[in-house]
Design a protein. Structure first.
Length: 458
C-alpha cells in the first residue's frame, strides 16, 4: 500500500507553492538579467549622456544602498511579514529603473541606480525569508539550487539581449523593459506571501531583530560610500575632495561594526570567512563594472562582443560552482579556496597584460574565463563555511553579515576604482590598468587570508 505523498514530497511547484516558486524564479532571473544587461549597456549610456566621472557611481551607488535595504528588511520581515518588505522592494527597484531609464544626464542614471539598490537589498532578504516559510525545510536544498540556477540563463543571454536592445531601441529600453516585467513577478508572489503573518515578538532569550542603531550604521555606510564616490568624481586637490574622502572613509570603517567582531582584521574563523568573501566579491565586481567600458573604448569591440565576454565569465562561474561541489575532503576544499582566489588574480593579470599591450586583446577572454571560474570555485565554499562556523541559532545573522560584508566591500572598492579611474584621466589604458590592478591586488589579499577561514572549521 502506498501512502499519499506528503507536502514535502510534492516538489517546489506543488499546489500552494507553485505561484510563489515561479514568481521567485522570475524575480531572481530579472535581477540577474538587469545586473548583466546594465553592465553591458552602461558604455552606451556614458557615450550618450557624458559624465564619465560618474561611471563608477552608477554601479557602486546601487551596491551601497543595497546594504541599507538588507538591514532594513530583516526587522521589517519579522514585524510585518515578508510581503510588506517585498512590496517596498518592488516599488523602490521599479522606481529606480524608471528614473534611470528616463534620465537626461549621467547623474540622473546614478540617482536611479541608488534608488534601485535600496529595492534590491529589500527584495533579496524578503525572498529568502518568504520562500523559506512557504517551502518546507526538506525542500530548502532544492529551493536554493533553483535560486542559483536562475542566474545561469540570464548570464548566457542577458548581455547579448541587452546589446540587441541598445542597437534596436536605445539604451533606455534595457531599464524600461525590466521595469515593465518586475510587477508581474510581484503578482505571482502575492498569493503565497501576503497571508504570511509576522513572527511573534522575540522573548528575552531569543535573538533580537536588528536594532535602530544597526539601521543607522547601514545608512551611514551607504552615505560614506556615496561620499567617497563624490570625492573621486571631480578634481582631487580641492579641500572639499579631501574632506569628503576622509569623511566617507571614516564612516565606512565605522560601519564594519555591523559585522562580527574581528571581520576587519580577518580573525581566524567566521570573521575571516566574511573578510575573504568580501574581498573576493569586490575584486570581481570592480573588474566586471569596468570591463565593458575597457572593451568598447580601448579594444574597439561592439556591445554584442562585449556581451559575449561577460557571458563567458558567467558560464565559467557556473562551472567553478559545480567543481567545488565535488571537493569533499576539508584539505582539498582548503586548497580549492586558495586556488579560486589565485585564479581570479591570474585571470585579471591576463586582462591587464592585454590592456597594457603585452599581448592581443584575445588574451582577455581566457583571462576573464579564469576569473569567473575562480569566483565560482570560492564563493560557494565560503557560504558553506559560514553555516559550518555559525551556531544553528545564529546562522541567519551570519548569512546576513556575509551579504553585508560583500556590499560594503564592493561599494568601497567601486568608489576607490572611480577615484583611480578619474585620477588617471578617465580614459586611456593607464586608467583601466589602475582599476584592474586594484582588483587583482584584492584577489591576492584574499588568497593570503584564505587559510584563516578554515582555521576553526568543524
Amino acid at each position: 500500500m502506498h501512502d499519499t505523498p506528503s507536502p514535502d514530497d510534492r516538489g517546489l511547484f506543488a499546489p500552494g507553492r507553485a505561484s510563489a516558486s515561479v514568481g521567485a524564479l522570475a524575480l531572481i532571473s530579472l535581477l540577474a538579467f538587469e545586473a548583466l544587461a546594465v553592465a553591458t549597456a552602461m558604455p552606451a549610456v556614458a557615450d550618450a549622456l557624458g559624465g564619465l566621472s560618474l561611471y563608477a557611481l552608477s554601479f557602486g551607488g546601487m551596491v551601497a544602498t543595497s546594504a541599507l535595504g538588507m538591514v532594513w528588511a530583516g526587522p521589517l520581515c519579522d514585524r510585518r511579514g515578508p510581503w510588506r518588505a517585498t512590496v517596498l522592494g518592488l516599488v523602490f527597484f521599479t522606481a529606480g529603473l524608471l528614473l534611470a531609464g528616463g534620465a537626461s544626464s549621467m547623474a540622473g542614471v546614478a540617482a536611479g541606480r541608488v534608488v534601485q539598490g535600496l529595492g534590491s537589498g529589500l527584495l533579496g532578504v524578503a525572498l529568502y525569508v518568504g520562500m523559506g516559510r512557504v517551502v518546507p525545510p526538506a525542500l530548502h536544498p532544492r529551493l536554493f539550487a533553483l535560486f542559483a540556477a536562475a542566474w545561469v540563463l540570464p548570464g548566457l543571454v542577458g548581455p547579448a539581449l541587452a546589446a540587441a536592445l541598445v542597437h534596436s531601441l536605445g539604451w533606455r529600453a534595457v531599464f524600461l523593459a525590466v521595469a515593465a516585467l518586475v510587477p508581474v513577478a510581484g503578482l505571482l508572489l502575492r498569493p503565497a506571501f501576503a497571508p504570511l503573518a509576522p513572527h511573534p515578538p522575540p522573548t528575552e532569550a531569543a535573538s533580537p531583530s536588528p536594532s535602530l542603531g544597526a539601521l543607522a550604521w547601514a545608512a551611514l555606510a551607504a552615505a560614506g560610500a556615496l561620499a567617497l564616490h563624490e570625492a573621486g568624481s571631480g578634481p582631487l586637490n580641492p579641500p572639499r575632495t579631501l574632506a569628503l574622502g576622509a569623511a566617507g572613509g571614516a564612516v565606512l570603517l565605522g560601519a564594519w561594526r555591523l559585522l562580527p567582531q574581528g571581520s576587519l582584521q580577518a580573525r581566524a574563523g567566521l570573521p575571516a570567512v566574511i573578510a575573504v568573501r568580501a574581498v573576493l566579491a569586490a575584486a570581481f565586481a570592480g573588474a566586471e563594472a569596468f570591463l565593458p567600458l575597457l572593451l568598447t573604448r580601448e579594444a574597439g569591440w561592439s556591445l554584442a562582443q562585449t556581451g559575449l565576454a561577460l557571458s563567458l565569465g558567467a558560464v565559467t562561474w557556473s562551472l567553478g560552482s559545480q567543481c567545488q561541489a565535488r571537493l569533499k575532503a576539508p584539505a582539498t576544499r582548503r586548497r580549492g579556496l586558495g586556488a579560486g582566489l589565485l585564479s581570479v588574480a591570474a585571470g585579471l593579470g591576463l586582462v591587464m597584460a592585454a590592456t597594457a599591450g603585452l599581448g592581443p586583446w584575445g588574451w582577455l577572454l581566457p583571462g576573464w574565463a579564469a576569473a569567473g571560474f575562480g569566483i565560482g570555485l570560492g564563493f560557494p565554499m565560503l557560504s558553506v563555511l559560514t553555516l559550518q562556523l555559525a551556531a544553528p541559532e545564529a546562522q541567519g545573522r551570519a548569512a546576513s553579515a556575509l551579504q553585508l560584508g560583500d556590499a560594503l566591500a564592493c561599494s568601497t572598492t567601486l568608489a576607490l576604482a572611480g577615484v583611480l579611474f578619474n585620477a588617471a584621466g578617465s580614459a586611456g589604458r593607464p586608467a583601466f590598468l589602475a582599476v584592474l590592478g586594484l582588483c587583482a591586488s584584492l584577489a591576492l589579499l584574499g588568497a593570503a587570508l584564505a587559510p584563516r577561514a578554515f582555521a576553526a572549521a568543524r
